[in-house]
Design a protein. Sequence first.
Length: 125
Amino acid sequence: MPASITKLEASLAQIQKKREVLHQSILQHQDMAVGSVSLVKGTCGKSTCHCASQNTGHLQTIFLFKGSDGRRRCKLIRQEDSDRLLNAHKSYSNFKGSLRKLRHLSRKEQAIGVAIRKKRSLTYK
């Protein structure tokens, strides 16, 4: 059984509140590392180090992979910039998640709008 108009309107109000929260979330993000960040481990080359015997590796380099013009570019990140870049990448991931949630809310909002239109449509016989 289709939902009543008041339930549909209440759903729209809830969506509006969620949308406001997401807008605030989007506006909070400042520095964003657009692309993907990879932490690369490798062996240091010392025969007495644990990474040579256990094959676990050390965190040696951080790369930022970014696509443009259909090509993927790799950028080596300096050690002193690693924390800033990792935080900026986390911010970018959160930003993308917020946009994804906004798109989902828009689809729900559109479906509710269609349901309201159907409820309020006059039929003439």
